[in-house]
Design a protein. Sequence first.
Length: 157
Amino acid sequence: MADGQQSVLFVCLGNICRSPIAEAIFRKLATDQGIINKWMIDSAGVIDFNVGNSPDSRALNCIRQHGTETTHKARQVTKNDFLTFDYMLCMDESNLRDLKRMADKVKNYKSEIKLLGSFDPENHLIIQDPYYGNDADFEDVYQQCLRCCTAFLEGST
């Protein structure tokens, strides 16, 4: 990236719950710390089912309650993402398997593919999908993503 800019792509299944929450949190953290210009930040899903859709209304409500907004529209991970992003941080083992399988088809990819939960100081490795849950489940995802994104950012700067 130009001028030492780093890049991170947050990934979940459909890009309407967990990854847009993580993206919004990370964007706010970087903005609040005055380093937003040092980061390229995005999110995507491993499936194409929700492409073009806004995040789930419960995800939007959750981040708004924490003073954050997003205009993100769901998209699917592309081969180019593996060549563009320094980090691809996903939410669960299924996402991790899917990303590694996709990466195997990309020559000389540069992305470091990891679970976002590997940065959780509380050692909760998996960020559970709240889609079939309730508002409390979305809040749990928010809090876990906040812990993980904070630790990731601290370790990256």
